[in-house]
Structure formats: structure tokens, C-alpha cells
Write a protein that binds this ligand. Sequence first.
Ligand code: ATP
Ligand code: MG
Length: 318
Amino acid sequence: RKRVLSGVQPTGALHLGNYLGAMRQWTANQDLYDNFFFVVDLHAVTTPHDRKTLSDTTLSSAAMYIAAGIDPKKSRIFVQSHVRAHAELTWLLNCSTPMGWVERMIQYKEKARRQGENVSVGLFDYPVLMAADVLLYQADLVPVGEDQRQHIELARNIARRYNDIYCKKKRPRTFREPKALMRTTGARVMSLEDGTSKMSKSDENDASRINLTDPPNVIRKKIKRCKTDSQEGLQFDDPQRPECNNLLAIYQIMANKTKEEVQRECGDMRWGQFKPLLADAVAEHISPIQDKYNELLQDKSYLASRDMGFLLPSDLGY
Ligand code: ATP
Ligand code: MG
């Protein structure tokens, strides 16, 4: 069976983009693959953070994985920093990876621009840590959102270069080259405030995203106030109307419909008609996830027991 590995940074509450781009694929394919899902706390410390909040969010992210449908019997769930080899391999890969490859990474440029003076070496090195994450487990497939495509491509190049340098004759070569696994719809969910930028945990405006923990009234309010346009009717794929395309795509997935069905149903609607429909579909879709999440966090003993046992490196079998 092919091996799958993926994770989310515990930099804040998980949002609809994380769910649609990444986690939905993890759960859908769980029976097909050999799965590793981890909370990537070493990545979360590349940007300013609070220690106590980070440890709370690490635990609540693991709870959200399970609530969203990751079954700990079918998938290994663990915390990145509990496995020292992630940091160790990063160092070795740092030493065989050309600076120029990492300098090209778009996410670094974007995040560094936002952070000004406080940019750490860690933020720059983030893609190499991510390569180490994937290569360490010899993962074949990495289910991620579109924004991570460039980092996976880099991980492939890093693997190939390492193999070329150190395994000239050795077979099998040390590292397997991973591939990104991406959905055609939902791979890039956009901000509710700006249809040209990605929905993100690190956007300081909470109204720009729908958190998986938002109650229905908050979801309704955020969608009611989100950015739209003044054109008649609704349609997919109009480059002039990125917000419209984004909201229709979210509705399509949440309501479990085809693009054609959505176009037929909503093509003649006004925003005032469509927005409540979308809000209800989102709230309804994530409500069972929220119930399960709240249940897990009410009595943390189940999570704590996983934290003590399942999450230890010795159980990971590598
Ligand atoms: P941050 O702003 O801290 O980087 P993030 O929202 O980008 O947070 P990550 O933890 O970096 O979330 O990413 C976790 C996973 O979610 C990755 O697979 C990423 O590709 C995916 N993802 C993140 N944002 C989106 C989005 N808007 N649409 C689709 N997938 C997304
Ligand atoms: Mg991100």
C-alpha cells in the first residue's frame, strides 16, 4: 500500500481551507493507504507564537483530525516535535540543498514580507524541514492544498539530489520521491475578504476565514458580510469575479453537488438569496465534526492517553 503523510500547523484554529484542501483528502482515502498524520508544531515555531497557546492548539488540532474523521486505528496521529529525527534530518538536508532552491519559495517571500524585521532563519528553512518530514517516512503521497505544491516539488528535488550525491551505486536509493495529492475543487479556498488571496490561519482578520469551530451564527454573519460584487447572477470561473467563484466552489463541496447542478440551481440567484443557502450548507456540513470535537475536548483523557502512548516515536515503526 502506498504511504501517505500530511499535517497542519497548530498556528491557530483549523479552517475550511485546511479541511477542503487537505484533511478531506486524508479521510476520504484512509482505507486505501498507509497513513501518517501529524501536528507540525516545529513548523509553527517559525513564526511568532505563544508557548502555552501552541501546546493547547497542538492538542486541539489532533482532536480536530479525529473529529474530521481520522480514525486512530487506521492512521498514525502524532506530534512532529516528539520525533527528533525531523530536526536531525533537516540538518543533513540543509547541507545538501542549494540556497538558491529555497530562495525561490513563494510562501517564504509572502510570509517574510508580512513579518518585516522579525523573520527567522527557521521561516526560511521551513521547506527543508517539510522535505525532511516527508522523506523520513518514505511517503509516496502528500495530500495538501495548492499552496504547498511548490514545497512538494522542492522535496522531490531535495530527495533526488541527496540520492545523486550519496547513493551513486546504492539500490534502493535512500529517499523515495514524493508526489503531491490534490483535489480539483477545494485545493485553494480563498479569503472571505479578498478572492485573490488564500484563506489562512495567519491572516489576522478572523472574518477572512471560516474556522471549523465557528458556531452557525458566526458562520452566517461572516458569510453575510463577506466580499462580493454587484454583477447580476452567479457563475464559476470568471477571472473578474474571484469571490463569486470561491463561494460557489465552497457551496458545491459543502452541498455535495456537481458544478453543473450548482450553476443550474444558483445561476440566477442574487447574493441575498445565495449567502444564507451557503451558510446553512457549511454549518450543516461541519456540525457533526464540531460535535465530535467538543466531545473530545470536554474529557481530554482520551487525547491525553494518545499523547502519552500512541504519539511516542517508538510506536511509529520507522
Ligand atoms: P498559516 O497561515 O499558519 O500558514 P494555513 O492556513 O496556511 O496556516 P497550514 O497549516 O500552513 O495552514 O496548511 C495545512 C494544510 O492546509 C496544507 O496542506 C495546506 O496546503 C492546506 N491549506 C491551507 N490553506 C488552504 C486553503 N486556503 N485552501 C486549501 N488548502 C489550504
Ligand atoms: Mg500555510
